[in-house]
Design a binder for this molecule. Structure first.
Ligand SMILES: [Zn+2]
Length: 47
C-alpha cells in the first residue's frame, strides 16, 4: 500500500480557514497560502 504524500493542516489566523499543505512544501517554504490569499506561517506546526 503506497503511502500518500503527507499533509499538515493549519488554520489561517486571519480568517480561520483550514489550509492543507504538503509536508515537503511546508518544510521548504515554512508558509502556506490560505484559500482567501492570506499567508499562514508554518514554523509552529512543524515544531
Ligand atoms: Zn485566510
Amino acid at each position: 500500500m503506497a503511502k500518500d504524500e503527507e499533509h499538515i493542516e493549519v488554520r489561517c489566523p486571519e480568517c480561520g480557514a483550514q489550509v492543507r499543505v504538503p509536508v515537503k512544501e511546508a518544510e521548504e517554504k515554512f508558509k502556506a497560502t490560505c484559500p482567501n490569499g492570506h499567508v499562514v506561517p508554518l514554523a509552529k506546526a512543524l515544531g
